[in-house]
Design a binder for this molecule. Structure first.
Ligand SMILES: Cc1ncc(COP(=O)(O)O)c(C=O)c1O
Length: 428
C-alpha cells in the first residue's frame, strides 16, 4: 500500500471511525494528541520532522528510565493498543463464552479483511495466529515432502525455523542445503546466487528470511523467488522483521507462504501474527493443528488453535489503525533515517564498524555495531551499565556485534546519547 497524502488522510480518517468505539477518545489527553497528530499530518511530515515524531512518541508509553534499543526483539504497543487489549479482556471476563465466542468472534472476519488490506493481499489468503514461529512452522510442516527431497535455507535464518526444518530432516530424511551468507552486502546477484547455486532437480523448497534478524540485512526475496519459480520450487518467506517495517505487499515478494509476527513492527499485542498462503497452495498444505477438512481450500483451516486470546487478536485492529495513521512509506523512511542518524556518526571512529548495509534498499531500522577488540556482550553490558541503553549482543554463525534497533517512538536525543556512549566505549 503506497498511499499518497490524500489517500493517507482518508485512511487515517477511516481509522478514526473504527477507533470511535474506544480508546483514543476515552480521555481528553488522547483525543487532543490524536488531533495534533492529524494536524501535523496535513503538512505531510517527512523522516526529519521531529514535531511529528515527537507526537508519535507520546502515543507510546516510553520508559523515562531506560533507552530501549532492542525493538528488534519485540516492540512495545501504543497506549491505544494496550487500552484496547485491556478493554477486550475485561469485556471477555464479563461472560467468557458469550463475549468471546459470540461477540468478539464476530470481529474476526472484518479483522482478516483489514489485515489483508495492510498486507496487500486477498483476505482468503490470511490465517491469523500467534506469531511468526507458528505461521512459518505451519508452512514448514504443512508441505508434503519425500525422503531425499531438498530444501535450501541459510545459516543466518531464525533458529525456530532452522530447527523445524532440521526436525523434518531427522524424522523424514529430507535433505537440507545451506547457504552461508557473508554479510553485510549490497550485491544482489551474489545473494541470489547463494541460493540458486544449491538448486538441484531434487530441490522442492527454498526458505528465505526477508530481513535477517541478526544484523538487519534485507535479502532480495523477490529475485530469489523468481529463480525458484522457474524450477517449480516452493518459496517460504520469513517476514517477521519486514512486515510493517518495509513498505511492500506480501504477494509482490513472489512467495508461496509468508509468515510474520505482529508484535514486532506493527506494534500489535504480544502474541499476534499471521500466515499468508497463496490461494492455489492452500488445499495441498496440511494444517499444523488438525482441522476437520485438512485438504480444504479454506484458509481458516489453519486457525484451528483451540481457545485463543481474543483480546490479543482483536486489539490488532487498533495497531493497524495506528500503522495507517503514520503510513507504511513514511514509517519505513523514518526507521531508516533513525538507523542512519546514529550509524553515520560512529562508523568512522577508530575500531568501529557497522555490520549492516548502508543503503535504504538493503536495510531498515536494525543495525549491528562492532568495536574492534571488544566482545558483543562487553559492549552491550557497558551500554546498559553506564548509560541504561538496552540492546542485545549477537553471536550467531559468522555474525558478531551488538544489535541496535530504534522504533518510531525513538527520539534523536536517545540516539545522541547512544552516539556519546559508543564514542566513550570505543575510546577505552
Ligand atoms: C527472522 C525471524 N523469524 C522468526 C522469528 C520468530 O518470531 P516469534 O518469536 O514472534 O515467533 C523471529 C523473532 O525474532 C525472527 O527474528
Amino acid at each position: 500500500m503506497k498511499p499518497d497524502r490524500r489517500q493517507f488522510i482518508q485512511n487515517a480518517a477511516g481509522g478514526l471511525g473504527a477507533l470511535s468505539i474506544g480508546s483514543w477518545l476515552d480521555t481528553a489527553t488522547k483525543q487532543s494528541l490524536l488531533g495534533e497528530i492529524r494536524n501535523t499530518l496535513l503538512a505531510n511530515p517527512g523522516p526529519e520532522d521531529e514535531d511529528f515524531w515527537a507526537l508519535i512518541r507520546q502515543a507510546y508509553t516510553v520508559s523515562p528510565q531506560i533507552i530501549n534499543l532492542n525493538n528488534g526483539g519485540v516492540s512495545p504497543q501504543p497506549a491505544v493498543v494496550q487500552d484496547a487489549m485491556v478493554r477486550f479482556y475485561h469485556q471477555a471476563n464479563e461472560g467468557p463464552s458469550y463475549y468471546m465466542w459470540q461477540v468478539l468472534d464476530q470481529g474476526r472476519e472484518p479483522l482478516r479483511r483489514r489485515l489483508a488490506e495492510l498486507a496487500g493481499c486477498d483476505p482468503e489468503e490470511v490465517a491469523m495466529n500467534r506469531n511468526a514461529s507458528e505461521a512459518l512452522e505451519t508452512a514448514i510442516y504443512g508441505i508434503d515432502l519425500d525422503k531425499g527431497d531438498e530444501v535450501v535455507l541459510s545459516k543466518q535464518d531464525y533458529p525456530n525455523m532452522i530447527n523445524a526444518w532440521k526436525q523434518r530432516e531427522q524424522r523424514e530424511g529430507i535433505v537440507l542445503k545451506w547457504v552461508n551468507h557473508q554479510l553485510p552486502t549490497e550485491d544482489s546477484d551474489l545473494l541470489v546466487k547463494g541460493y540458486t547455486d544449491l538448486f538441484t532437480s531434487r530441490t522442492r523448497v527454498v526458505h528465505i528470511t526477508h530481513i535477517i534478524n541478526w544484523n538487519g540485512q534485507v535479502l532480495p526475496a523477490r529475485a530469489i523467488a523468481d529463480q525458484a519459480r522457474k524450477k517449480n520450487i516452493l518459496v517460504v518467506i520469513d517476514g517477521a522483521h519486514s512486515f510493517a517495517h518495509l513498505d511492500y505487499s506480501v504477494p509482490d515478494l513472489g512467495g508461496d507462504y509468508f509468515g510474520t509476527s505482529l508484535h514486532k513492527w506493527l506494534s500489535a499485542p504480544f502474541g499476534s501474527g499471521f500466515l499468508w498462503v497463496k490461494k492455489e497452495r492452500i488445499a495441498e498444505t496440511w494444517p499444523l493443528f488438525a482441522s476437520q477438512e485438512p485438504r480444504s481450500e479454506d484458509i481458516r483451516k489453519f486457525e484451528a488453535l483451540g481457545t485463543r486470546s481474543f483480546p490479543i487478536e482483536h486489539a490488532v485492529g487498533e495497531a493497524i489503525d495506528f500503522q495507517l495513521l503514520i503510513g507504511n512509506r513514511r514509517k519505513q523512511k523514518r526507521l531508516w533515517y533513525l538507523k542512519n542518524y546514529w550509524t553515520s556518526q560512529v562508523q568512522d571512529l577508530p575500531g568501529v564498524s557497522i555490520g549492516t548495509p548502508v543503503s535504504s534498499d538493503w536495510s531498515g531500522a536494525i543495525a549491528l555495531l562492532q568495536i574492534e577488540g571488544k566482545e558483543p556482550s562487553e559492549i552491550s553490558q557497558a551500554l546498559w551499565k553506564d548509560h541504561k541503553i538496552h540492546t542485545v549482543a549477537i553471536v550467531w554463525e559468522n555474525i558478531k556485534g551488538v544489535r541496535i534497533t530504534p522504533h518510531v517512538y525513538t527520539s534523536l536525543r536517545d540516539l545522541d546519547l547512544l552516539v556519546k556512549a559508543i564514542r566513550q566505549i570505543a575510546s577505552t
